[in-house]
Design a binder for this molecule. Structure first.
Ligand code: CA
Length: 608
């Protein structure tokens, strides 16, 4: 299928002219400079929550220094608010929706290839003399996993190696470093803790101690990221490469929180972008220490990187060059697309200009917060929001995300409503804006060949085992309920059933009856805000596998706030039935029942 392109004709004309004369796009006066090295430093799941972006709580001196030496971009956005789809687009400089990489973690095992003529951008760099690497040891003592996460299979290697030190003498390099911060699980920064009471929470979160603590831990994780980036910058200095290397720092998408990752609100689609260009490679308009408000899309990083390397971006690439003397016209809008994430089918498209954002929900009858194992078991703020919603205690702003359904159209004025709280889609004053942006989105869908219109079928096998009953969730089995019994069937992988719950810490007792012929729980485990899905928080809970019902009770104590608990079955295979689960708070020998689960048809957890 041919790939439509939105590349500007101006760019192609100028690019071809530059290549025809053999001149590099970048140097100021036509003198021949050696090709620059280009380094991408990627953060995971990170919004612009840095001191240099105005966050007053977080301490990020290294990234602030990078911003002071480079340019800070205030309007940089992803094409998808989730790892694999965003990274799939970045790697080819085309929307993930154009190349079939839009469903999260799809095409892992089906041999799916990119459309004809679409190649990883590193292949073009390689052909122009660059060494390309996905760095695994970015500085001494620092190891990273080298995440790629593409939703397609490549015919050629994406990278030549794992470090720029592997390049030939005199060879320019492109390298990327993928840090896992600030992906969950968050990591405390004891040397410089952040007081949860001082955190500025977005107004669409409830002001709750768990949300505050979780947000503070997110910012502390950003401080770890900053330390690591500092080590990379130090390494460039130590190796004498700082003046030869253009450095990009950015996020793969926004923060892992409700209305963040997986959603097309600013929390999910807006990312930090800092670019430092050594003096000899700067264009006239590059002013170190300045901020730039042009709309920039992830796929523009790809096109720009190629141009900086003196490589003309192929015509099928959809990004625009935003650096150097030969830049494309800046964008009128950026587009962000959300499709299936994990087991949760959705389709959202958002188009954003400098003032407005229009969001189209293709499944308005479904809640935003559809059940999702990953988010429901590892986002304490989401758990708080679910619980407060049940209790009718959410503010209007926080309640928006927990609604049982959603509007088909959302329109926000970002200048007056940066947190996207007041939907103007039904306002007659804004009907022209709405119509204009709907038309722009329709054009984009047509011009870029958005493949999200075709439902994915079937769901990848690994997601069929993500099931849930009355709040209990698993990623590796089938949960069903009949007549007061929850049945858990496991398929042999690492098996856990988890229950998100938010309760102030203390001493607890979990009591339930269980029967099984072949498998019993090994542990009860529990998580706190600081230690979600608690590693090491466990007590043994053995069960006789004689097929008879047995009473099980497990005592445990959680400090701070309890945010989840669950049963760990190891990697066995089998079936276990559970009925009438009760959670008690203990005070000496006194028990107070907090909640019970009766697994009756149609019921949900009952508060005591
Ligand atoms: Ca990510």
């Amino acid at each position: 299928m041919p790939i439509p392109t939105v590349a500007s004709t101006r760019r192609r004309f100028l690019g071809q002219a530059a290549l025809a004369t053999g001149a590099m796009a970048l140097p100021r006066c036509g003198e021949e400079l050696p090709k620059p090295n280009i380094l991408w430093i990627l953060a995971e799941d990170f919004s612009p929550d840095l001191s240099c972006y105005g966050n007053k709580q977080v301490y990020t001196p290294n990234l602030d220094r990078l911003a002071a030496q480079g340019v800070r971009y205030d309007s940089a956005f992803v094409t998808a608010p989730v790892c694999s789809a965003a990274r799939s687009a970045l790697m080819v400089g085309m929307y993930q929706t154009s190349v079939g990489g839009h469903n999260h973690r799809s095409h892992r095992v089906d041999g799916y290839k990119l459309p004809e003529g679409v190649r990883p951008f590193t292949a073009h760099l390689r052909e122009h003399g660059y060494h390309t690497s996905n760095v695994k040891t970015p500085a001494e003592g620092l190891r990273v996993n080298g995440k790629t996460d593409f939703n397609y299979n490549l015919d050629e290697p994406a990278f030549d190696g794992e470090d720029w030190s592997e390049r030939a003498e005199g060879q320019p390099f492109y390298a990327q470093i993928n840090f896992s911060e600030t992906h969950r699980r968050f990591k405390a920064f004891p040397e410089r803790p952040i007081d949860p009471e001082t955190v500025d929470l977005p107004p669409y979160y409830p002001d709750h101690p768990v949300v505050r603590k979780d947000f503070a831990l997110y910012l502390e994780t950003a401080q770890h990221l900053d330390v690591k980036v500092g080590k990379v910058l130090d390494r460039l200095e130590a190796e004498g490469l700082a003046e030869d290397t253009i450095v990009f720092f950015f996020g793969d998408h926004g923060r892992p929180m409700p209305r963040g990752k997986q959603f097309c609100y600013e929390g999910g689609m807006r990312i930090p972008l800092i670019v430092r260009v050594p003096a000899k490679y700067r264009s006239k308009d590059f002013n170190p220490g300045s901020a730039n408000d042009d709309l920039i899309s992830h796929i523009d990083f790809t096109a720009t990187t190629l141009r900086l390397a003196g490589v003309q971006p192929p015509a099928n690439m959809q990004g625009r060059v935003f650096l150097g003397d030969d830049q494309d016209q800046s964008r009128d809008y950026v587009v962000c697309a959300r499709d299936r994430c994990d087991e949760t089918v959705d389709r959202i498209r958002a188009i954003r200009d400098k003032k407005y954002k229009y969001i189209r929900n293709y499944y308005p009858e479904r809640p935003y917060a559809q059940p999702n194992h990953y988010k429901d078991t590892s986002y304490p703020p989401l758990q708080v929001m679910r619980q407060l919603q049940e209790e009718g205690k959410l503010t209007v702003a926080a309640g928006l995300f927990m609604a049982a359904s959603r509007p088909a159209d959302e329109l926000y004025d970002l200048e007056t409503d940066p947190f996207e709280i007041r939907n103007l889609a039904t306002s007659t004053d804004e009907s022209e804006t709405l119509e204009r942006m709907q038309g722009q989105l329709d054009n984009w869908i047509r011009e870029t060949g958005d493949r999200g219109e075709t439902p994915e079928n079937p769901l990848p096998d690994e997601y069929k085992l993500r099931t849930h009953i009355d709040g209990w969730m698993t990623a590796t089995g089938i949960l069903t309920k009949t007549e007061g019994v929850m049945r858990m069937q496991w398929n042999g992988k690492k098996n856990q059933v988890r229950l998100p719950i938010v309760v102030e810490g203390g001493e607890f007792l979990l009591r339930f009856r269980a029967r099984s012929k072949d498998i019993g729980p090994q542990h009860l485990f529990w998580g706190t805000v600081e230690n979600v899905n608690g590693i090491g928080n466990q007590v043994p809970t053995p069960l006789k596998t004689d097929g008879a019902w047995h009473e099980i009770s497990a005592r445990f104590a959680a400090e701070g706030w309890l945010v989840n608990l669950g049963l760990d079955f190891g990697s066995g295979e089998g079936t276990i039935d559970v009925d009438l689960v009760r959670l008690f708070q203990r005070n000496g020998n006194n028990l107070r029942m907090l909640r019970q689960w009766t697994f009756a048809a149609g019921n949900s957890p009952q508060a005591a």
